[in-house]
Write a protein that binds this ligand. Structure first.
Ligand SMILES: [Fe+2]
Length: 478
């Protein structure tokens, strides 16, 4: 990989510092540990993120544009191994063959689409896989919302194949499908700037795509996450709209447009558009939900709500500096939607603790969960402000904070259940941290039931792990 250009471009925040990509792939065994790795921690902690190889225009590069790279720490018998690999999509392989960029990136491509300019052979958008990962039907997938899932191998993170579910997948596939552990079903959706704006699918426990429905929404919107309950799927129709006409006026195709309305849609799992109950709510942005479940006539949704967003500078109107930038930071929020009365009640959990990247014990997706784990945000910091990890307790609304330490930044953590665990939080919270003063990446393991204590183990990673998006935990089979 050493022939690839090394990118560190101070003029673009997302190509510099610990966002700068790395170009080498490594395997390092028996890593140095501060503390002790629990002997019963047996599996793979991974984080994926954008790691561009070729960039068409440094100033126009968007954080969503980078080729995917997965960073992994394998835990086995009290020892840790680090691996990192590119996700080798067809797009990346084509650019490697050429030795340069083919796709310009999100912002420039949308402008070209609107202007009718010629687009690259092989598609308008590069088939990126840089956002999240999921296990379904014993397959491990890398995901990105504009693309198609790619099956990845473990432990080696080799890119096995692009999976379109025997050709039945006819829409983009969100980075945040939801798997019902009890039924083995995976619920997914895709959005599009051209009709149909929203399409939903269910894939059964045997990887068969068994249901697809087109969903009517007023306008094309960017839709990043969804939620499930035992019987329902919940769609987030939030006002980040696509509009080709805006581009003709020299504006971004994406914009924050609260006048389009903000609504949550609750649809039976195998339902159709006509079955959806929509709940109008105050305009907001919610990149990520923590969980949802049913409680009598109510559907409860827990997620990270911000007043608005500029989608990391992808819109031209929401970044107005006269507005309070804290409006773009999220607070943990609960919505209770009453299916009998049509009423919805919104409740902010804690007005002072900004947070993102909510995760739960994944076995409880769609069912009542007591705990959530969130990346805490220091509102005084700009850039990448994840300076703590938070444990939320739904029974009393409490938020317990685990500071990451002076000069350290985190990101999404996962919950790894302890083998033989007896309660929801019996396990470990694991994340990557970046120690800015010491230029050191670590993988940190926290006891979920002793959350405020120092980490049980801090594994020193012998290479820099750039900041990224989502994390995943895949236990070993035995
Ligand atoms: Fe996400």
């Amino acid at each position: 990989m050493s022939s690839q250009p090394r990118l560190d471009e101070p003029e673009n925040f997302f190509l510099s510092g610990n966002w700068a990509p790395v170009d080498e792939e490594h395997v390092d065994r028996d890593l140095e540990v501060i503390g002790e790795i629990p002997a019963d921690l047996d599996g793979y902690f991974m984080r994926i993120g954008p790691n561009p190889t070729y960039v068409a225009d440094v100033s126009a590069y968007h954080i969503f544009d980078g080729d995917g790279m997965i960073h992994q720490v394998e835990f086995r018998e009290g020892k840790a191994t680090y691996r990192n690999r590119f996700v080798e999509t067809a797009g990346l392989l084509k650019e490697r063959d050429k030795g340069g960029w083919i796709w310009k990136g999100m912002n420039q491509t949308m402008a070209d689409m609107a202007a009718g300019n010629p687009l690259p052979e092989g598609g308008q958008f590069k088939d990126l896989v840089n956002t999240a990962m999921i296990v379904h039907a014993n397959k491990f997938y890398g995901l990105m919302e504009g693309g198609t899932p790619h099956e990845m191998g473990l432990p080696d993170l080799d890119t096995i194949r692009r999976d379109d579910f025997d050709g039945k997948l006819n829409h983009p596939f969100t980075a945040h499908p939801k798997v019902d552990i009890k039924t083995g079903e995976m619920m997914t959706f895709g959005y599009s700037p051209v009709p149909p704006f929203l399409t939903y699918s269910v894939i059964d426990k045997n990887s068969r795509l068994v249901h697809t429905a087109q969903i009517n929404i007023p306008k094309a919107v960017m839709m990043h996450d969804c939620a499930i309950t035992e019987r329902f799927t919940i769609f987030l129709d939030l006002p980040i709209t696509f509009d080709f006409e805006r581009v003709a006026k020299g504006e971004s195709m994406l914009a924050w447009e609260p006048e389009n309305g903000t609504r949550l849609g609750v649809m039976p799992r195998m339902g159709e558009d006509a079955d959806i109950k929509w709940f109008e709510i105050d305009s907001c942005m919610m990149f990520h939900v923590a969980n949802a479940w049913e409680d009598g006539d109510e559907v409860v949704l827990l997620g990270c709500r911000a007043n608005r967003t500029d989608v990391a500078n992808a819109t031209t109107n929401a970044a107005d500096e006269s507005l309070d930038m804290r409006d773009q930071l999220a607070l943990l929020t609960e919505w209770r939607m009453n299916l009998a009365t049509g009423e919805v009640i919104e409740r902010n959990i804690d007005p002072n603790l900004y947070c993102e990247f909510p995760r739960i014990n994944d076995h409880l997706a769609g069912r009542p969960s007591r705990y959530a784990y969130l990346a805490g945000i220091d509102a005084e910091l700009s850039g990448t402000p994840f300076t703590s990890e938070i444990k939320y307790d739904h029974t009393d609304g409490s938020m317990t904070v685990h500071p990451l330490g002076e000069g350290r930044k985190g990101g999404e953590a996962i919950f790894a259940p302890r083998k033989g665990g007896t309660s929801e939080d019996d396990g470990y919270v694991i994340l990557f941290t970046w120690d800015e003063p010491n230029q050191q990446s670590e993988c940190v393991v926290i006891d979920a039931q002793n959350f405020e204590a120092d980490p049980i183990a801090r594994i020193k990673i012998p290479h820099r792990v750039p900041f990224g998006f989502h994390a995943s935990w895949v236990p070993n089979a035995q």
